[in-house]
Design a protein around this ligand. Structure first.
Ligand code: SF4
Length: 159
C-alpha cells in the first residue's frame, strides 16, 4: 500500500494535543477560498511512501499522530489501514478533513477510518469565520469531534 506524502513534521504541537507526528497527504478538491496551502491540492505532489516507511517514522518518533493534507479522506481505504496500524502501535490518531462529520457518517467509504481515530477536525476552511485564537482549527465552523464517543450514530464536538 502506498501514499503520496507532502511532508512529515516530527514533534509538532499545533495539530492536536501534545507533541505529535503530523503527516500531510497530497490531494484535495474542496478548493476552500483562503486555503493555507493550495499546493497541497495536487494529488501528484510530494513523494510516494509505503505504509511500512510511514510506520517506521511513527514508531521512531513515538508520538501520537495527526493525519492532514490536503485532505486524507480522498483515500479512505489507505488511511483506514494506516490509522489501524498507528492505533495498533499504541498511538492516538487525529484526522483533519474538509468533509463534515455528517458527510462522513453518511458515506460508507468516508467512514472507513472512523474506528481507528480518536478525533476528527471537520469541515472546510471558511475565510469569513477565520479565527486565529481557535485552538487546532482555522475557522469556527470546524469542529473537533471525539470519535471514541461515536456509538449508535452520535457524535460529540469537543469544541
Ligand atoms: S480542505 Fe484544507 S487543504 Fe483542502 S482546500 Fe480546504 S483548507 Fe485547503
Amino acid at each position: 500500500m502506498t501514499y503520496r506524502v507532502l511532508d512529515i513534521i516530527r514533534g509538532t504541537t499545533v495539530d492536536g494535543p501534545g507533541f505529535r507526528t503530523a503527516i500531510y497527504f497530497a490531494g484535495c478538491r474542496h478548493a476552500c477560498p483562503g486555503c493555507h496551502n493550495p499546493g497541497s491540492w495536487d494529488f501528484n505532489a510530494g513523494q510516494e511512501m509505503t505504509l511500512e516507511e510511514i510506520m517506521e517514522i511513527v514508531r521512531e518518533e513515538d508520538f501520537d499522530v495527526t493525519l492532514s493534507g490536503g485532505d486524507p479522506l480522498y483515500h479512505p481505504e489507505e488511511i483506514a489501514e494506516l490509522a489501524r496500524c498507528i492505533q495498533a502501535s499504541g498511538h492516538k490518531v487525529w484526522l483533519y478533513t474538509g468533509f463534515t462529520i455528517e458527510e462522513i457518517m453518511a458515506s460508507e467509504r468516508l467512514s472507513l477510518p472512523l474506528p481507528y481515530l480518536d478525533a476528527i477536525v471537520d469541515g472546510p476552511f471558511m475565510e469569513a469565520l477565520r479565527d486565529p485564537d481557535l485552538r487546532f482549527r482555522g475557522s469556527s465552523n470546524q469542529r473537533i469531534i471525539d470519535c471514541r464517543s461515536m456509538t449508535g450514530g452520535g457524535h460529540t464536538p469537543l469544541s
